[in-house]
Design a protein around this ligand. Structure first.
Ligand code: CO
Length: 133
């Protein structure tokens, strides 16, 4: 397997509109895409950075994974998404190498992508997402 691009860095925020405005005003970052991902209980705004994105994430309901993350850890870096050609084979290779999966099989992500998450406990403390566009 090969990582083809740093797809996105995801940052959990409490107020998506405030975060979008701050990234625009302070860093000149523009929103390329917005999406409500009901299954995950999140709304996201993707800010374009060259071929990658900063993904601002906010929960849409109490008790969702991002809501619980904000309660425990506060705002900040949530996960890193790596682009791959084949999510299923990348996931299998990571599991074979000892990574603990959160998703046993790839599932739909935002932008029509296919994704799978790897647990931070076997990834030096960072939640990792494998993203097949
Ligand atoms: Co992500």
């Amino acid at each position: 397997m090969e990582l083809t691009e740093l797809d996105h860095v995801a940052i959990a925020v409490r107020d998506l509109e405030a975060a979008v405005s701050w990234y625009r005003d302070a860093l000149g970052a523009q929103v390329a895409h917005r999406e409500l991902v009901e299954a995950d209980g999140v709304e996201e705004a993707l800010l374009a950075v060259a071929e990658s994105y900063v993904q601002l994430l906010t929960p849409t309901r109490a008790g969702s994974p991002v809501a619980r993350f904000l309660e425990r850890r506060g705002e900040g870096l949530h996960h890193v998404g790596y682009r791959v050609d084949d999510c299923a084979s990348a996931l299998a290779a990571a599991i074979a190498a000892g990574a603990r999966p959160i998703d046993d099989t790839p599932r739909p992500g935002s932008r029509g992508s296919t994704v799978a998450f790897l647990h931070p406990s076997t990834a030096f403390g960072t939640l990792i997402e494998l993203v097949q566009p």
